[in-house]
Design a protein around this ligand. Structure first.
Ligand code: AMP
Length: 405
């Protein structure tokens, strides 16, 4: 944490001294510590960051660069060839690991709290699949992130914010996927440790289980698909991770079978199902899944809305439906995105506002289908052609449009 503080302050000083605009900074890499350091540096310099995993296809990275038109790209992966991103003849500057090392070794760059990102400034912009074949940049403000963290840290069995226990978090999602915001920021906020699982580890079971044993984590945050892969080997049990307290899931359906297996293999841990789109800062509902819930409901509930969020089920004419009736899940609240980057048309289609108890909130049409029962929200598929593949969101029209091109 000491290094993170000093290094991010120095990089933020570099950004303040070398950039003319407050344009978002694209940060490319895969789980490198400088990736996180760069995120913090951007925020300290008053700039939003756009996380891009280096595993993305080059064409996708170029689409994002084209959409953002950044002044600077930070590359924290030496396998990325700058020239392949067409930086050569453009005005876009870039810095890599060697440059970062020079910057962080120099004293003299001073942090200035008055420049930090805050309030309704964009904190990060995450690009997701777009039906036109071009990725959509979802803008999340500093307020959105604050409101999300306030809730996310309470998703524990024994919540005590003054609890000074040091916790180790398992990060599975790449930082370009909003699920990673869950582990990254709850961990940073509570002074925890992040054990980031790399792409290589995910395809080498021996390395993966060895890493989990060495990390001995307390909190696990992943897509359900990833835990299903981990569950394939019998050694994935309480003995491998004796300190595990909690499994938190988001991003796709958690099945009764997977939740049941986890409770069986990890009798000391709790399993939490959460739901939410990138457009409303990671997750907006949560519920602890125990044996009673597994027995009573199939599919499992996705929970109850977090504080500051109101969720309605609406029909095609945007009338609010009653309990038990199926319709679109509409999110109203303090973590809803301020819209898509440079894309007014898509923003107008999906976003609106609503006043609840005298407070005006942003509103997002998820195109998810759901219903309320017994006070819980349930998810039952999509109203459009979006799918999830290994936890990643893809609009089928995105593929179609690229094939046609
Ligand atoms: P993303 O923006 O990548 O996080 O994807 C958001 C979408 O993932 C939602 O709109 C849902 O379709 C799906 N999703 C998220 N959480 C859950 C969940 N707990 N159960 C089922 N689907 C989910």
């Amino acid at each position: 944490y000491g290094d993170l503080d000093i290094y991010s302050a120095r990089i933020s000083g570099y950004l303040r001294n070398n950039l003319n605009s407050k344009k978002p900074v694209i940060v490319i890499g895969h789980k490198h510590p400088y990736l996180i350091t760069s995120f913090v540096a951007c925020s300290r310099s008053g700039r939003a960051y756009v996380p891009v995993d280096s595993g993305f296809p080059t064409a996708r990275i170029k689409d994002i660069i084209e959409a953002v038109e950044p002044e600077l790209i930070i590359i924290t992966d030496n396998s990325i060839c700058k020239d392949s991103l067409l930086l050569k003849n453009s005005a876009i500057q870039s810095i890599d690991i060697a440059d970062i090392e020079k910057i962080i070794s120099k004293e003299g760059f001073k942090d200035d709290e008055s420049t930090w990102v805050n309030g309704e400034d964009d904190y990060y912009i995450i690009f997701t699949s777009g039906s036109t074949g071009r990725p959509k940049g979802v803008r999340l403000t500093s307020n959105c992130l604050d409101n999300f963290i306030d809730w996310a840290v309470t998703l524990r069995k024994d919540v005590r914010l003054d609890d000074e226990k040091h916790r180790i978090y398992i990060n599975q999602a790449p930082y370009s996927f909003d699920l990673s915001v869950f582990d990254l920021y709850t961990s940073l906020f509570t002074g925890g440790t992040i054990g980031a699982i790399t792409k290589d580890m995910q395809s080498d079971s021996e390395e993966l289980y060895g890493f989990l044993k060495r990390m001995n984590p307390n909190i696990w945050i992943s897509t359900p698909s990833f835990s299903e892969i981990a569950l394939m080997a019998d050694i994935f049990n309480q003995e491998l991770m004796p300190n595990i307290e909690e499994f938190i899931f988001c991003g796709e359906t958690l099945t009764n079978k997977t939740a049941g297996k986890l409770i069986n293999r990890f009798p000391k841990a709790i399993v939490v199902n959460t739901f939410g789109p990138t457009e409303s800062t990671v997750a907006v509902t949560g519920i602890i899944i125990d044996e009673d819930i597994i027995e009573k409901y199939n599919p499992l509930p996705i929970g109850i809305p977090k504080q500051g969020t109101y969720i309605y089920i609406m029909d095609e004419d945007r009338n609010i439906l009653n309990d038990g009736e199926k319709g679109e899940i509409v999110i109203v609240g303090d973590t809803v995105s301020s819209g898509y980057w440079n894309n007014e048309e898509k923003t107008r289609e999906a976003f609106d506002s609503m006043t609840v108890d005298g407070i005006k909130y942003r509103l997002y049409h998820t195109r998810d289908k759901g219903y309320y029962k017994d006070g819980f929200l349930f998810y039952c598929g999509r109203l459009d052609l979006q799918i999830k593949l290994h936890g990643y969101r893809i609009e089928i029209e995105d593929i179609e449009s690229n094939l046609l091109n």
